[in-house]
Design a protein around this ligand. Sequence first.
Ligand code: SF4
Ligand code: SF4
Length: 293
Amino acid sequence: AVLASSSSSSAARPSGAHPCFGSAGAGTARAGRLHLPVSPSCNIACEFCARDFNRRDHRPGVSRRLLTPSEALAVTERALRICPDIGVAGIAGPGDPLATDHALETFALIHAAFPHLTNCLSTNGLRLPERLESLIEVGVQTITVTVNAVDPDIQARISPRIVWRGRRVEGRTAAEILIASQMEGIRRAADRGIALKVNAVLIPGLNDAHMGTIAEAVASAGASLFNIIPLIPQHALAGTLPPSAAQIAKARFQAGAFIRVFSHCQRCRADAAGIPGISDIADRLYGRRFEAE
Ligand code: SF4
Ligand code: SF4
């Protein structure tokens, strides 16, 4: 209901002020980003995922609070006053931004009020093909898809269940649906001029020997950047050791044969705000004063 009239034009290329899509990488350019935590739930079940609301943890899937789309617009106005270097409004959780409509509604509000911002989405990709055109209409120019495997047998061990068209699907069938959606979404987004990054969570014993294969597949689908995120052991994988520096280096080397590898990821929270590696304005944004407003 929030979406405006359709557009047949390709998405505009981002300005280059994105801290995680530019060639310099996060923390090396004065480019800020604002993550808006508007998406509460998810449509797949990753074995390493532990979503939470707190101020403490520095990892994806964690936020101080959940925002409604109109609260997210107010937070964006406030963030731009505090940090005019913010050029990117991103939605990366705490759940999957395409599992519900909150992210699309938020992007529509922000695109109308601040058309100069690059809208940026991070998703597991399950619903990317069906939602791509709506995302482009609301100003999304950069998309990150998390692809942890392109082999269904491996993927089924990482995310054993999905919700697909209203029903629960498990195991290899679920993995095949997820991988097919991710690849189709990446292909179609790249065709439409979206800058496409792929995140892959490096999980020793599950996909550590698989990174080159993932990189090759997503590069041939049209992704331009690859970000290997070392596992933070939690939930069902709480007993798994995180990858060593040598395992991370090897995985990056193998992926680098096929695609440009991004190695500055800060594993940001779902409510991160500021310039990665330089400034963090989230406490000021979500302080008591804002709560009272
Ligand atoms: Fe958690 Fe993201 Fe996996 Fe959903 S897709 S279960 S939010 S890690
Ligand atoms: Fe950039 Fe990584 Fe933070 Fe995403 S999580 S905004 S890729 S530094």
